[in-house]
Design a protein around this ligand. Structure first.
Ligand SMILES: [Zn+2]
Length: 241
């Protein structure tokens, strides 16, 4: 990293002389979000998770079995630098998936994975508690699962799932394939799914200069264009014991 670097992505370990690209998911676009490396394209949450994994999980060369639901280019490629990690990306449709399966019926035995990542998935699923229970089943007894969802920090209770039209869902939630907006009771859902949980404000441990350099945000606006809501970058660490 040189002093001229304006942005640095910890996931692909590359530096750039310009800001990150805007994010175009949903209807609320945000600036300075997506890594410029076409083999990475990490967003804020992926860079933050990678920093956490590097500092807390990938600290030795112990063999590890890792499952990402909805595989991202950034994590899939970042793990190539760790030959001790066996990476599985699971999805029903994504081309990046090396296992095609439903989150409610994961084709692996109980207690298989050391680490599971389920980021921005549960808002697409009709019954998220069922999915959380299935993830708990495949996490090892001493394993860890990481969750993040679009969460309105001003909403106490998660909205009911909506089976309205894609257009209506886009107006309500900002993305046509989102079935709900989560509220601050999200952690209770993980507990109902059988996990012990911890909410981690990892971005908060970096200085504002470090956050700017690595494109980490504490919070940002997402959701419908005319009534966006503030979501937090905090993530949830879930364990079985
Ligand atoms: Zn990158």
């Amino acid at each position: 990293m040189t002093t001229e670097s304006l942005r640095h992505c910890p996931a692909c370990n590359q530096s750039f002389s310009e800001e990150f690209a805007p994010s175009h998911y949903g209807v609320t676009h945000r600036q300075d979000a997506s890594c410029l490396n076409p083999d990475c394209r990490s967003l804020e949450r992926h860079r933050l998770l990678w920093l956490y994994l590097q500092e807390n999980i990938l600290t030795n060369d112990k063999n590890m079995f890792f499952l990402e639901i909805g595989p991202t280019r950034s994590l899939k490629n970042a793990f190539k630098r760790y030959p001790n990690v066996r990476y599985i990306g699971m999805d029903l449709i994504s081309k990046r998936a090396n296992v095609r399966a439903d989150i409610n019926d994961i084709p692996f035995a109980d207690n298989t994975f050391d680490i599971v990542v389920c980021y921005q998935i549960l808002e697409h699923i009709y019954d998220p508690i069922l999915a959380v229970r299935e993830l708990k089943r495949v996490v090892k007894r001493d394993g860890k699962a990481f969750f993040q969802v679009p969460l309105n920090i001003d909403l106490a209770t998660t909205s009911s799932p909506s089976s309205s039209s894609p257009r209506e869902r886009e107006i309500l939630f900002g993305q046509e394939d989102h079935l709900r907006v989560f509220g601050m009771d999200f952690e209770e859902l993980l507990r109902e799914g059988g996990f012990f949980t911890q909410c981690i404000d990892y971005a908060g441990r970096f200085s504002s200069e470090e956050r700017k350099l690595m494109g980490l945000k504490l919070s940002y606006l997402i959701g419908p264009k005319n009534s966006p809501y503030t979501t937090s970058e905090k993530f949830y660490l879930a364990t079985k014991t």
